[in-house]
Design a protein around this ligand. Structure first.
Ligand code: ATP
Length: 260
C-alpha cells in the first residue's frame, strides 16, 4: 500500500441472495486512521456489508482491496490475519470460559508457536503461552476488565460483555476494526463511556474503525464521515453535518432519528 492509498476500498461491491439484492454496487473508502459510521434503517444491508468485509459472504459483484490487496476468496480467519477484526450485533463470547480465556483465544488464533510445539509441550510453547497471558491481561487492564479476569464471561454485566468483545477483537491486532452496534442495549452512561473508549483505543492502537450504530448522537458525535445505506443502496456519504441535512437520509429515516 502506498502512503496515500486508502486502507480499505470497496469498489462496486454487492451481493444477492437468490432474487434479493441485499447490497448493491457500493463504493466505500476508508483512509488510515479514520473513524467512519455506517448507518441505515433495519435491513439496509449494514451487517451484510460487514460479512462481506470479513470473508463470511463472498460478494457477487465488485472487489474489496485491503491494504492494497484483494480479499477475494479469503476465509474469515485469513481476513483476521490480514488485519480486519469485528464485533457482532449479538454478543458472541465463550460464555463458559473466563474473561481472560476469552481474550487468550483471540491470541491463539494468531499464535506464532507451532501446533507441534504445543502438542509436545516444548519450552517455546510455554513461552508463547505466558506471553499470550501477559498480553491478554494488558488488554483487560485497558478495558478495566482485569478485576473480572477469572469470572465466567456470562457473569459479566451486559455493558462489560460488550467491552470484552471489543477487547477480544483488538487482541487479534487489527488495522481495521469493525464494530456492529456496540452500544446496543447500553444505558446512556455506558454509551458515554463506550464513546470515550472507542476514541481512546483508536488513538492508542492507531486503528481505522468502521462503526454500525443506531444511536445517532453517538454516530454524529464521534464519526468523521458517515455512509448511509438504504435497501442495499448507498444513498449518501459525508460529514455528520452533511448527513444530518441530506434529503435522502431524512426521507429514509422518515425525518425522525437523524434530524433530532
Ligand atoms: N444469508 C442471507 N440469506 C438471505 N438473505 C439475507 C442473508 N443475510 C442477509 N439477508 C438479507 O439482506 C438484507 C440486509 O440485511 P442486513 O442484516 O445486512 O441488514 P442491516 O442493515 O444490518 O439491518 P439491522 O439494522 O436490522 O441489523 C435483509 O433483507 C436480510 O434479510
Amino acid at each position: 500500500m502506498t502512503k496515500n492509498e486508502p486502507l480499505l476500498q470497496m469498489k462496486n461491491v454487492g451481493i444477492s441472495f437468490g432474487g434479493l439484492k441485499a447490497v448493491s454496487a457500493i463504493d466505500v473508502e476508508l483512509n488510515q486512521g479514520e473513524l467512519i459510521g455506517l448507518i441505515g434503517p433495519n435491513g439496509a444491508g449494514k451487517t451484510t456489508t460487514f460479512n462481506m468485509l470479513t470473508g463470511v459472504y463472498a460478494p457477487t459483484e465488485g472487489e474489496i482491496l485491503f491494504d492494497g490487496k484483494s480479499l477475494k476468496g479469503l476465509q474469515p480467519f485469513q481476513v483476521t490475519r490480514r488485519g480486519i477484526s469485528r464485533t457482532f450485533q449479538n454478543i458472541r463470547l465463550f460464555e463458559e470460559l473466563s474473561v481472560l480465556d476469552n481474550v487468550k483465544v483471540a491470541y491463539h488464533s494468531l499464535a506464532k508457536h507451532s501446533m507441534l510445539s504445543s502438542i509436545l509441550r516444548l519450552p517455546s510453547h510455554f513461552k508463547g503461552e505466558k506471553e499470550m497471558e501477559e498480553k491478554s491481561i494488558e488488554f483487560l487492564k485497558i478495558f478495566q476488565l482485569d478485576r473480572y479476569m477469572n469470572e465466567k464471561a456470562k457473569n459479566l454485566p451486559y455493558g462489560q460483555q460488550r467491552r470484552l468483545e471489543i477487547a477480544r477483537a483488538l487482541a487479534a491486532g487489527p488495522k481495521l476494526l469493525l464494530l456492529d452496534e456496540p452500544a446496543a442495549g447500553m444505558n446512556p452512561q455506558e454509551t458515554h463511556e463506550l464513546m470515550e473508549l472507542i476514541a481512546f483505543i483508536r488513538k492508542k492502537f492507531q486503528l481505522t474503525i468502521l462503526l454500525i450504530e443506531h444511536d445517532m448522537p453517538l454516530v454524529m458525535g464521534i464519526c468523521e464521515r458517515i455512509y448511509v445505506l438504504d435497501h442495499g443502496q448507498l444513498i449518501a456519504e459525508g460529514t455528520p453535518e452533511v448527513i444530518r441535512n441530506h434529503p435522502k437520509v431524512i426521507e429514509a429515516y422518515l425525518g425522525e432519528e437523524v434530524a433530532e
